[in-house]
Each structure stands twice: as structure tokens, then as C-alpha cells.
Ligand binder design. Structure first.
Ligand code: MF3
Ligand code: CO
Length: 251
């Protein structure tokens, strides 16, 4: 499969999907409190999707049973909401996707529940910074691996490591399209970025080693060494020479 170049019209649809994703993620972040279950967050996501008239990108995807991924502490991605209670000091990654008129938006944020350690705070800020650095690198005329390289150098310069076994991805009519976007690599390789490309960039950064393991539920990805992990994601499109953020959860 090749990278699909989107028309202005298709980007406009994705902009609407991305806005829904961003608004709901913001709401979910504000709702996180110690003592609540992760299922309560999924319930809110389901309610809000209905309110916006949007569909979930995740529910039923390869049999995934929920509309939200909630990954806590050493969990990296794909945590299934359930009975687990969020505790003070946890770091909580929320990954969420929505479909509006056939166009997908996909985004993730990591937030602390109450007071978290300075190291956890630094991990979160670094992962977020790595995403921002990679978005700045996603300009028309640059190469795909410039995005990957920006993430890796930003995270490693702060003493953390990037997850190597999961990647970002193209996005559009499908949640996952070509190309894969690794969170590491040399600069200057791969396809030239051009107007009409839509990408979900998603650094996953660990305090310890980069190796991962999947839990017995066959979904939840954790760090092999049990160290903390953070995850941020935005859907972007190359529009006027640079990346336009379609899921502006920080605006
Ligand atoms: N947002 C995830 C991604 O970027 C997808 C979650 S997996 C699912 O690939 F099964 F929950 F959809
Ligand atoms: Co994604």
C-alpha cells in the first residue's frame, strides 16, 4: 500500500473529526481523579461520541472492546478500560480516535492523577516535547524519517528512551494507513513529505529500557522492565508547507 494524498475536502472532513477527538480528550483529562475506574472514562468517551454524532475509531478494531485506551504507569499503550481504580500519583495515558463523515482523527495525552513524582513529570514533558519537535520537522520537502529522528533525539537528549516496537501511522479513510512512522531513526530517509499527507505521530517514551511485552489480555503493552512510560499523539496534515494539527487538544 502507498501513502494516500488527501484532497482539501478530505482534510476538511478530518479537521472536523480531529476537533471532536481534541475536545473529548480535553474533557477526559479534566475528569481524571484518584478513586475512579478506567471504565468510567470510557463511559464518558462513549457518551461524548454520541453527543457529537461521531463514531469510535477503536471499538471493534481487530476486536478491541472499548472506545478509549487507558494505559497507566508502566503500561505504554492499548490498556483496556475496566475495573482498575486510578490512584493518586499514577500517570494516565488516554488514546482516543473518532470518525466523522468517514474521516478519522487519532490522538493521545498523558496526565498525572494528583501529585506525581518530578521524574514522572519530566517524562511527560519530554514526551510532549518530542511530539512538538517532530511536528516542527514535518514540513513539505522534508523526509519521513526526519520526524522519527526528531522524536528520538529529543527524548534521548533528556535521558529517556523511545519505544521501538510500536509506531505512528498514516491516517484518513482508515485509522491506520501507510506509512509507518517509527519513533527513532536517522534523518533524511524515506518518502518526501508533501501537501495532502495526513499522519498520526505518536512518541512513546520510557524511563528505563525500550523493550515491551503484551499482557495476558492480549492488548495492554507494558515496558518489559516495569519502568514508567508516557504517550502523546496528534493527527497532522501537511497543508500549506507545514504541519497543521488536526487534533489540537492543547488549544
Ligand atoms: N490509537 C491507536 C493507534 O494509534 C490505536 C488504538 S488500538 C485500538 O494506533 F485497537 F484500540 F484501536
Ligand atoms: Co495512532
Amino acid at each position: 500500500m502507498a501513502i494516500i494524498i488527501k484532497s482539501e475536502k478530505e482534510i476538511a472532513v478530518m479537521r472536523r473529526a480531529g476537533r471532536v477527538v481534541a475536545d473529548i480528550l480535553k474533557l477526559l483529562a479534566a475528569e481524571i481523579k484518584a478513586g475512579m475506574t478506567t471504565r468510567q472514562l470510557d463511559d464518558i468517551a462513549v457518551r461524548e461520541l454520541a453527543r457529537y454524532g461521531a463514531a469510535s475509531s477503536f471499538k471493534g478494531y481487530r476486536g478491541y472492546p472499548a472506545s478509549l485506551c487507558v494505559s497507566i504507569n508502566e503500561e505504554i499503550v492499548h490498556g483496556i478500560p475496566g475495573d482498575r481504580v486510578i490512584r493518586e500519583g499514577d500517570i494516565v495515558s488516554l488514546d482516543f480516535g473518532a470518525i466523522v463523515d468517514g474521516g478519522h482523527g487519532d490522538a493521545a495525552i498523558t496526565v498525572g492523577a494528583g501529585k506525581i513524582t518530578p521524574q514522572a513529570e519530566r517524562l511527560i514533558e519530554t514526551t510532549r516535547g518530542a511530539l512538538e519537535a517532530s511536528i516542527a520537522a514535518a514540513r513539505a520537502g522534508a523526509r519521513l524519517s526526519d520526524i522519527s529522528h526528531a522524536i528520538q533525539t529529543y527524548a534521548e537528549s533528556r535521558g529517556f528512551v523511545v519505544v521501538r516496537e510500536y509506531t505512528g501511522h498514516g491516517i484518513g479513510r482508515d485509522m491506520h494507513e501507510d506509512p509507518l512512522i517509527p519513533n527513532f531513526g536517522p534523518p533524511g530517509c524515506g518518502p518526501v513529505l508533501q501537501k495532502g499527507m495526513a499522519l498520526a505521530i505518536e512518541p512513546m517514551v520510557n524511563i528505563g529500557g525500550w523493550r515491551t511485552r503484551v499482557k495476558e489480555d492480549n492488548w495492554t503493552v507494558v515496558t518489559e522492565d516495569g519502568s514508567l512510560s508516557a504517550h502523546f499523539e496528534k493527527t497532522i496534515a501537511i497543508t500549506n508547507g507545514k504541519a497543521e494539527v488536526l487534533t489540537p487538544w492543547d488549544e
